[in-house]
Write a protein that binds this ligand. Structure first.
Ligand SMILES: [Fe+2]
Ligand SMILES: [Fe+2]
Length: 248
């Protein structure tokens, strides 16, 4: 438990926003790693609102690469710990899982549907809103709760575990996959390989307009392969009704 923290306190502890890196347990701590990525996300979201067209798409891809591995590692490493150590961990994690699920669905719409400009605006505005809510729930409630229950060395060990999973996690939305272990962990490897290939195709397509149609076809085929991986029965194990998506 950390007794040296000062700042805005609530029933759960002190928001990560009001603590510096030393108070949060130093660079290895899961709290510092979380907060750093939340700050990066905040800048990218500002960038999203100030851009349009191809430039906005590039910002979106950077947001996906940040957000999906980040959330995947939260769901497989952090939330199970929070459910064990906090009496209301079940309700708290269910709320952020629903936020993550909504992000998956919004991004799937942005990527896959032909939206008219006003629909696209609405989907983007909601995406920014949900991502900011998710950060506030984590920084103000879940993570201060975790901080009160774990020692600094436990926070650091958890930080290393979260980072390892984050680095090998999928970079795309997969709304059909379970939001909970073990389904999400089984899905990670094949989906990560497919997602990384799609990222490469899209970056290459941006660079070279001549080969872009061919690369976009490859990217589309990879997306379909990922869809088939997601539908494998085992990957849906661990799912709760609330965040389950049927018949897509
Ligand atoms: Fe987070
Ligand atoms: Fe999150």
């Amino acid at each position: 438990m950390n007794h040296h923290v000062t700042g805005r306190a609530n029933a759960r502890g002190i928001s990560l926003a009001d603590q510096d890196e030393t108070q949060l347990g130093g660079p290895a701590s899961v709290l510092v790693r979380q907060k750093r990525e939340h700050v990066r996300l905040d800048h990218l979201l500002d960038g999203l609102q100030g851009t349009s067209g191809a430039e906005q798409n590039r910002v979106l891809i950077r947001i996906y690469r940040l957000v999906f591995p980040h959330a995947f590692a939260e769901e497989s490493v952090l939330w199970p710990v929070i459910r064990r150590v906090l009496p209301d961990g079940e309700a708290l994690t269910r709320q952020v899982e629903e936020e993550h699920q909504e992000v998956n669905e919004l991004v799937t719409r942005l990527d896959g549907e032909l939206l008219d400009p006003s629909e696209r605006r609405q989907v983007l505005d909601r995406l920014v809103e949900v991502l900011r809510e998710d950060v506030r729930d984590e920084e103000d409630a879940l993570l201060p709760g975790l901080q009160r229950q774990l020692s600094v060395s436990q926070l650091r060990r958890l930080g290393v575990a979260w980072e390892l999973v984050r680095r090998t996690a999928p970079t795309r939305p997969h709304p059909v996959v379970s939001r909970r272990p073990p389904g999400n962990a089984l899905a990670a490897l094949p989906l990560t390989v497919l997602d990384n290939l799609r990222d490469l195709c899209e970056v290459a397509a941006h660079r070279s307009p001549r080969t872009a149609p061919a690369l976009n076809n490859v990217s589309h085929a990879l997306a379909q392969a990922a869809g088939r991986v997601e539908r494998l029965g085992a990957l849906r194990r661990g799912e709760r009704n609330l965040t389950s998506v049927e018949n897509r």
